[in-house]
Design a protein around this ligand. Structure first.
Ligand SMILES: Cc1cc2nc3c(=O)[nH]c(=O)nc-3n(C[C@H](O)[C@H](O)[C@H](O)COP(=O)(O)OP(=O)(O)OC[C@H]3O[C@@H](n4cnc5c(N)ncnc54)[C@H](O)[C@@H]3O)c2cc1C
Length: 210
C-alpha cells in the first residue's frame, strides 16, 4: 500500500475538480485528483464529448471535449497529479492536532493519502446508466444499436434514431442529431419536458417542420 501526503485531495476529475486545481495553484497548493473513469473530464468527456455547450460565460460555443481540453490547458502552469481508474472508497479521520484534522483517504487501488483538505467534486457520482425498467437485460443490445450516451455523433449519421427520455439530454440530442440522422423519434411518457425551455422550443419547431 502506497501512502502519500498531499495539500488537497480532489475526488473527481470533472470540470469542477479540474478548476479546483487552478484555484489551488493560485494559492501555491498542490493537488492530487482521483477519478473512477479512465479519462479526465467527468460527464463532459464520458457522456457527451461532441455535444456543443452554449452556456459558459464568455464562451459562445465549445464542445464538451473542447471545454475539458481548455481546462487541462488552464491548469498546465500548476503542479498536480492524477490517478485514473481508481475510486475513493473511504475517508476517515487520521489525527487531530490543535483542532486541525488530518484525513486518511483510501482508494480501490490500495493507495492511501493523508491530507488536511479534501475537495469532493464527485458531481453525479460514479456513472451508471439509467436502464429502462420494463425491458429485460437491455445491455444485451449494447453495441447493437442501443446506447446510453452519445460518444460519437458520426455513429448516428443517416440512421433512424429513437431517443427515450424527457430531460435536457433527450432534448439536446434531439436537436443536435436532427441535422445528421435520417429520422428522429423522441419518446416520452407525457407531453411535458424537464429540460431547458429554449431547447424544448427548438425540438417542437423541428416536430412542426416534420
Ligand atoms: C448529456 C449531458 C449534457 C449536458 N449538457 C450541459 C450543458 O450544455 N451545459 C452545462 O452547463 N451542463 C451540462 N451538463 C451538466 C454538466 O456536465 C455537469 O454539471 C458537470 O459535468 C458537473 O461537473 P462536475 O465536475 O461537478 O462533475 P462530473 O462531471 O459529474 O465529474 C465528477 C467525476 O467524479 C468522479 N467520481 C465520482 N465519485 C467518485 C469516487 N468515489 N471516486 C473517484 N471518482 C469519483 C466521476 O467518475 C466523475 O468523473 C450536461 C450533462 C449531461 C449528462
Amino acid at each position: 500500500m502506497t501512502k502519500k501526503d498531499v495539500d488537497i485531495l480532489i475526488v473527481g476529475a470533472g470540470p469542477v475538480g479540474l478548476f479546483t486545481v487552478f484555484e489551488a495553484g493560485l494559492l501555491g497548493l498542490k493537488c492530487h485528483l482521483i477519478d473512477n473513469l479512465d479519462k479526465i473530464g467527468g460527464q463532459c468527456a464520458e457522456l457527451y464529448p461532441e455535444k456543443p455547450i452554449y452556456d459558459i460565460p464568455g464562451v459562445p460555443f465549445q464542445t464538451a471535449q473542447q471545454h475539458v481540453d481548455a481546462l487541462i490547458e488552464q491548469i498546465k502552469p500548476f503542479e498536480y497529479e492524477i490517478s485514473l481508474n481508481e475510486r475513493v472508497d473511504s475517508i476517515s479521520e487520521d489525527s487531530n492536532e490543535n483542532n486541525i484534522t488530518q484525513w486518511r483517504v483510501a482508494t480501490s487501488d490500495g493507495q492511501e493519502f493523508i491530507t488536511k483538505n479534501i475537495f469532493i467534486a464527485a458531481g453525479a457520482g460514479s456513472f451508471e446508466p439509467r436502464r429502462p425498467p420494463n425491458i429485460e437485460n437491455p445491455d444485451a443490445l449494447m453495441e447493437n444499436g442501443v446506447s446510453y450516451a452519445v460518444q460519437s455523433k458520426k455513429r448516428y449519421e443517416n440512421k433512424d434514431v429513437i431517443i427515450f427520455g424527457g430531460g435536457d439530454s433527450a432534448l439536446d440530442w434531439t436537436v443536435e442529431l436532427a441535422d445528421i440522422a435520417k429520422s428522429i423519434s423522441l419518446v416520452h411518457r407525457r407531453d411535458a419536458f424537464r429540460g431547458a425551455q429554449h431547447t424544448e422550443a427548438q425540438m417542437r419547431e423541428l416536430v412542426k417542420q416534420g
